[in-house]
Design a protein around this ligand. Structure first.
Ligand code: BJW
Ligand code: ZN
Length: 273
């Protein structure tokens, strides 16, 4: 703790990378523990463009469930400690893999590298915008139950979330009348799925920060998913130090805080929350 706090006080650029563990105490399941299932599916298997192409109704049910869950949750002491620390130190930059918006709800301004549950993108015209309506379309009302025995709702394509002001409407057969209709493009969650590239301007901003960073805090992430999994080695190869906050001990961190980050971050950062 003493040597970490010395490094903290002398660091010129501090970057903080967070993952699902930061939101665990808010009641949001992480991806790779027991909570990483929705119905009988691994959550990560639904977070792919292939899953969406194959069964957009199922993937929309999964995201409707998560939007609804997150909208009922509050930031916890880990989010508040980071927000407080950012206020005290202007040289702190927060990057999150989380899509739940809880850092912003606590007063931070994070780079949301994997997007947001509350933004959508049109698969036809590419328009991207915030949409917090719940449910996002009538057909998802009461759907998305996570229990292993819940049945797929199999919502027809024309009744899934569609882009009302679409510049490139598409032709479909109406599931209600059987007639040809012209309808706004299918919306998808504006999150980064596996095998998709991160937004290039976002990645450039992150690269610049990592190259200047002399202390990286890695908080509540399994460190399995790239590109975030490579951030620590970039910082170390530039001579910077790495501190990890996780329930599990890490390999190769200069400072290892093992335990719940909602307890350890306020202590280590010296903030009252
Ligand atoms: C606590 C705690 C408490 C619990 N206190 N701790 C190089 C090598 C190999 C593969 C690749 C590579 N480069 C790219 C890839 C492919 C792929 C990848 O990384 N695959 C790996 C699985 C190997 N990456 C991609 O496809 C990325 N795209 C890309 O790189 O494009 C270019 C490219 C493509 C293909 C090939 C090569 C280049 C995109 C990745 C997008 C990830 N998307 C998701 C879903 C987002 C939307 C949604 O939420 O629905 O992002 S997957 C999921 O994992 C989500 C998370 O942000 C991400 C990371 O998970 P996280 O946050 O670490 O959660 P957990 O559950 O894994 O861990 C929680 C941790 O908290 C645990 O350690 C607990 O112990 C801890 N914890 N409670 C402290 N209270
Ligand atoms: Zn559109």
């Amino acid at each position: 703790m003493t040597s970490f706090q010395a490094a903290l006080s002398t660091a010129k650029i501090i970057v903080i990378l967070t993952g699902a563990g930061v939101s665990a105490a808010s009641g949001i399941p992480t991806f790779r523990a027991a909570g990483g299932y929705w119905r009988t599916y691994e959550s990560t298997s639904l977070a792919t463009p292939q899953a969406f192409r194959k069964n957009p109704s199922r993937v929309w049910e999964f995201y409707h469930y998560r939007r609804d869950l997150v909208s009922q949750k509050q930031p916890n002491r880990a989010h508040f400690a980071l927000a407080e620390f950012e206020k005290l130190r202007p040289n702190v930059h927060l990057i999150t893999q989380n899509v739940d918006g809880l850092h912003a709800a606590a007063g931070s301004e994070p780079i949301e590298m994997h997007g947001s549950l509350f933004h959508v993108r049109c698969t036809s015209c590419g328009d991207e915008f915030e949409d917090r309506t719940n449910p996002i379309c009538d057909s998802l009302a009461g759907k998305g139950a996570p229990d292993p025995d819940a049945r797929d709702a199999d919502i027809p394509l024309d009744l899934l979330p569609r882009h009302e002001l679409c510049q490139r409407p598409v032709a479909l057969t109406s599931s209600e009348t059987g007639e040809k209709i012209c309808i706004g493009g299918l919306l998808r969650p504006a999150v980064v799925w596996f095998n998709e590239s991160l937004d290039p301007p976002v990645m450039n901003e992150i690269r610049v920060l990592l190259n200047r960073c002399d202390l990286l805090l890695v908080v509540g992430t399994s460190g399995i998913v790239y590109p975030a999994a490579g951030f620590a080695s970039i910082v170390k190869s530039n001579g910077g130090k790495v501190a990890e906050f996780n329930l599990d001990p890490s390999e190769g961190a200069d400072f290892d805080f093992v335990g719940p980050c909602e307890d350890l971050l306020p202590l280590a950062l010296g903030v009252n929350v």
